[in-house]
Design a protein around this ligand. Structure first.
Ligand code: FAD
Length: 366
């Protein structure tokens, strides 16, 4: 088959690799000027590290199959995400664990921490909003330190104005385990993510700086199958309305110090600090050799059509609109496949994208 793949992000690139391997001819078009979508990294010589241009990307999975799959494209280092939280003058271990509870309450044992936390909780069987849910799950002290300001910044709404269901669980660990992820496998590709994407696209013809939707009908006519990984509403020229997103703005700076913050990721949870995270990229590469360092401040921002879509706002209104677009998409039949985080209007981690793209490709060959 002659296949057109719209988007050179992870989903589109895996499709190009797998379908190319099956003997199909794949052309990939990408509207940005580079491949990789949001996993794009580039080498920053001054700090001798790979910059995670669209935010920190740590690969993690519980699936041995997916872990082995990605490792055919690169070696992965042993990076483990151990986030710290800055609030006022204090620094805390995170996610909330026994060390955090010691830092906040002074409790030294699991039993003492459990008792102290239980005394904090505001009982509520039927929380009316996210704030009430958090107060019942972790109490006011931890809520104020870790959730309130961060959530208000990230989503542009106070937790009081968000549904209780917006947070599914708030894990508190009564051990000193501060590994951000619970998965068995975790790491960052040595040489960055872009090198992986380049390998995946080896067999395909790739054109960057091309927006499929500007010439959609002609592209559709020219190919047997179109795999579309862009925004679903954009495919239909927003005819039913616009799906909402939250955006991000990144401010990068090269600093004349070897090690700025001693960690890859520090979250800033106070509302008065406008950024949510500071990333120091060389820690992802586990290398502190260079005299200089590259840091990025991440600012949450309102999103407008035309900007990069970062986080879908999955509330009832948007999910309902998505379903109506989905019905239009289904009516197009098998000639177009809609896949990836934008076309499915879902936040997906990378391992979920790998799993979904592989599942789709196995259906194409069948
Ligand atoms: P994308 O990467 O968005 O690729 C889609 C591509 O299609 C884009 O390049 C886009 O430009 C292109 N495109 C869109 N429309 C058109 C068009 N009309 N014509 C041509 N091209 C088009 N996952 C993890 O597992 N671990 C993490 O630590 C992690 N951190 C993250 C941090 C942030 C800030 C964000 C936003 C995401 C993070 N993720 C993380 C998720 C990860 O980025 C996604 O799983 C992955 O990038 C999704 O790949 P995709 O191909 O579906 O989408």
């Amino acid at each position: 088959m002659n296949i057109l793949i719209v988007g050179a992000g992870l989903y589109g690139s895996i499709c190009a690799y797998e379908l190319g391997r099956q003997g199909h001819t794949c052309k990939v078009i990408e509207k940005r000027e580079h491949i990789g979508g949001n996993v794009f990294t580039r080498y920053e010589e001054a700090a001798d590290c790979h910059e995670h241009v669209y935010g920190a990307h740590i690969f993690h999975t519980n699936s041995e199959k997916i872990w082995n799959y990605v490792r055919q494209f690169a070696d992965f280092n042993h990076y483990v995400n151990r986030v710290k939280v800055a609030h006022g003058d204090a620094l805390y271990s995170f996610p909330i664990n026994l060390l955090t509870l010691y830092q906040v309450f002074g409790t030294r044992t699991p039993e003492a921490a459990r008792e102290r936390l239980a005394a904090e909780l505001v009982a509520n069987d039927n929380p009316a909003n996210m704030e009430e849910f958090c107060l019942s799950a972790i109490g006011p002290t931890l809520y104020t330190l870790f959730i309130e300001g961060y959530t208000a910044k990230q989503w542009g709404r106070h937790p009081r104005d968000m549904p209780a269901a917006a947070v599914k669980r708030l894990p508190v660990r009564f051990t000193f385990d501060d590994n951000y992820f619970n998965d068995r496998y975790q790491g960052i590709p040595v040489g960055g993510y872009t090198a992986i994407i380049e390998k995946m696209l080896e067999r395909a013809e790739v054109e960057t700086g091309v927006d499929f939707n500007a010439d959609r009908d002609a592209w559709m006519r020219a190919y047997d199958l179109v795999i579309y990984t862009g925004a679903l509403d954009a495919f239909f020229d927003y005819r039913l309305g616009t799906l909402e997103y939250r955006s991000l703005r990144f401010e990068r700076e090269i600093l004349p110090v070897r090690d700025f913050q001693g960690n890859a990721v520090i979250n800033y949870t106070e509302q008065s600090v406008p950024w949510t995270r500071v990333i120091e990229h060389k820690h992802f590469d586990l290398s502190l050799k260079a005299d200089k360092t590259l840091v990025t401040r991440e600012y949450p921002a309102a999103w407008e059509r035309g900007q990069i879509e970062y986080y879908p706002v999955n509330n009832d209104t948007n999910d309902g609109l998505y379903q109506r677009y989905r019905a239009l998409a289904d009516a197009l039949g098998h000639k177009v496949h809609f896949g990836g985080r934008l076309a499915e209007y879902r936040y997906y981690d990378m391992h979920q994208i790998v799993g979904a793209a592989l599942a789709f490709c196995s259906r194409v060959s069948a």
